[in-house]
Design a protein around this ligand. Structure first.
Ligand code: FES
Length: 100
């Protein structure tokens, strides 16, 4: 398990993510608000948009994820789709901000 924190509208939501599951699924299991995940993790809705620190050692976004991110609002260099980011120990202690 990997411990990290979501932040949404100034509130913190500490979570325990199972390594190998997506960050989106971790948020859903903990009922973290702000991640709608309308497509259920299929990389086809962009409603699971989060900000992930660029310093993290996680795989880069795929071309499909980058294309879908174009539909997200409030895009930054830290933007990722949380259904495409897999929980690994690299996320330990990370703060993941949910826009909106
Ligand atoms: S849940 Fe739809 S793109 Fe991530």
């Amino acid at each position: 398990m990997t411990q990290f924190v979501f932040e949404h509208q100034g509130q913190e939501y500490p979570v325990s993510g199972e390594n190998g599951e997506s960050v989106m699924i971790t948020a859903a299991r903990h009922r973290v608000p702000g991640i709608d995940a309308d497509c259920g993790g299929g990389c086809s809705c962009a409603t699971c948009h989060v900000y992930l620190p660029q310093s993290l050692e996680v795989p880069q976004a795929s071309d499909i994820e980058l294309d879908m991110l174009d539909f997200a609002e409030q895009l930054t260099d830290e933007s990722r789709l949380s259904c495409q980011v897999i929980v690994t120990p690299a996320l330990e202690g990370t703060r993941i901000v949910i826009p909106g």
